[in-house]
Design a protein around this ligand. Structure first.
Ligand SMILES: [Ca+2]
Ligand SMILES: [Ca+2]
Length: 186
């Protein structure tokens, strides 16, 4: 009887792994804007809407976005200013003066700003996030060179290659039954 219980447990384990035919497929999504040196001043924020519904293989309500990062590239050619970057209403970056002078304009990059869970949930649900870059102090300006939103999307798919055929399952069952019979005889 003990032996029989072991065999039953083995069959249940094999069946459950044979039937777990769903697979998660990961895809990288990237939405990039070249902002053409958009000039940000106190009266002129830069806005851009990242939208994975527009030309991407993203199924709203079904696919999940599990990770995402914002990349920003700015340039400045002098003056003292501070700025803030929002995704929707969430402050993702607040920083001090960008370096660079009239003689030596400089490019400053902020790469891999990781989105927190609340932003991931929103992005996952809507496929959309609105970027706003505003100057908070200073009376000059700076430029947005580019901005990118990179995301990892997960989709549950049934993988036909992993679906066992009824015959092979039946053979497996017969094999195990045979094994059990052999053990009982021994
Ligand atoms: Ca400036
Ligand atoms: Ca500056």
């Amino acid at each position: 009887m003990k032996q029989f219980a072991k065999i039953v447990a083995a069959v249940v384990l094999l069946s459950s792994s044979a039937f777990s035919n769903a697979a998660i497929v990961k895809t990288d999504l990237v939405d990039t804007t070249t902002a053409n040196m958009f000039k940000v001043s106190q009266s002129n924020p830069y806005t851009f809407t990242f939208d994975f519904n527009d030309g991407y293989d993203f199924i709203k309500g079904s696919d999940k976005i599990t990770d995402a990062w914002l990349d920003l590239v700015f340039s400045d050619n002098g003056g003292s200013e501070t700025f803030a970057v929002k995704l929707n209403t969430f402050d993702i970056l607040k920083t001090k003066n960008l370096s660079g002078s009239e003689k030596v304009p400089e490019i400053t990059s902020f790469l891999g700003l990781k989105l927190d869970q609340s932003l991931l949930t929103t992005l996952s649900a809507d496929g959309i996030l609105k970027l706003t870059v505003s100057m908070t102090t200073g009376d000059g300006s700076f430029n947005v060179v580019s901005s990118s939103l990179r995301a990892v999307m997960e989709r549950d798919v049934a993988d036909p290659a992993e679906v066992p055929e009824p015959m092979s399952l039946a053979l497996l069952g017969l094999g195990l039954a045979g094994l059990a019979a052999a053990r009982r005889k021994a």
